[in-house]
Design a binder for this molecule. Structure first.
Ligand code: ZN
Length: 209
């Protein structure tokens, strides 16, 4: 199972991804983690990538594609993976195909930005262990208490609704071409992510069948 997971900020991509990885027994390949780790892992393009990352510059396609090619040829990727953050453009998507990698599906998590803005008001995190909850989509078993360690939950005030609305706009602009590319070749499936986490995962599993 080779998947790409798309979705706006705060849609719960990380949580959905973790559940799907378990379900399909595949691994997560995130472009951000790869960029940070490639140099230390001795990747051929690792040194080049590090130069751009250290300067805070965008990593050019040639380097990004090279890194991904190397990563996806490793043994642990052979059973399948969920890509996250790559490809970002139709050009990178084509490069991926040229590596001989054919995605089974592209899951596009869709939620109205207004719903996302409201949802973040329900975000809570554990004071002690940092576990994240959401009163709307991922509530703890006991109100106000962390399932993992029993500590009190606190409100996360780092995300305000206006910031989320703006980030959704930016996200939409940045991913429009890629979405259209995958839509045109029939790989993209929209999954309504306005539901509890387990339900969203069920919808994703249904979508890739
Ligand atoms: Zn905790």
């Amino acid at each position: 199972m080779k998947l790409l997971l798309l979705g706006p900020p705060c849609v719960g991509k990380g949580s959905v991804s973790r559940k799907l990885l378990k379900k399909f027994d595949i691994i997560h390949v995130g472009s951000g983690e790869l960029l940070r780790a490639a140099y230390h892992l001795g990747y051929e393009y690792g040194k080049k990538a590090k130069e751009y990352v250290d300067k805070g510059e965008l990593v050019p396609d040639e380097v990004m594609n090279g890194l991904m090619k190397e990563r996806l040829s490793k043994d642990d990727c052979q059973k399948g993976f969920i890509l996250d953050g790559y490809p970002r453009t139709p050009e990178q998507a084509k490069a991926l195909e040229e590596m001989g990698i054919k995605l089974d599906k592209v899951i596009n998590l869709v939620v109205d930005p207004e719903i996302l803005a409201n949802r973040i008001l329900g975000r809570r995190s554990c004071k002690n262990c940092g576990e994240i909850y959401n009163l709307v989509t991922m509530p703890p078993e006991k109100e106000g208490t962390c399932d993992k360690c029993g500590s009190a939950l606190m409100k996360r005030d780092d995300d305000v609704p206006d910031v989320i609305r703006h980030r959704c706009e930016v996200y939409k602009d940045k991913t429009a071409r890629l979405n259209q590319y995958y839509r045109d070749i029939g790989l993209l499936i929209d999954v309504d992510a306005d539901a509890m986490l387990d339900e969203v995962c069920e919808r994703c599993i249904e979508a890739v069948k």
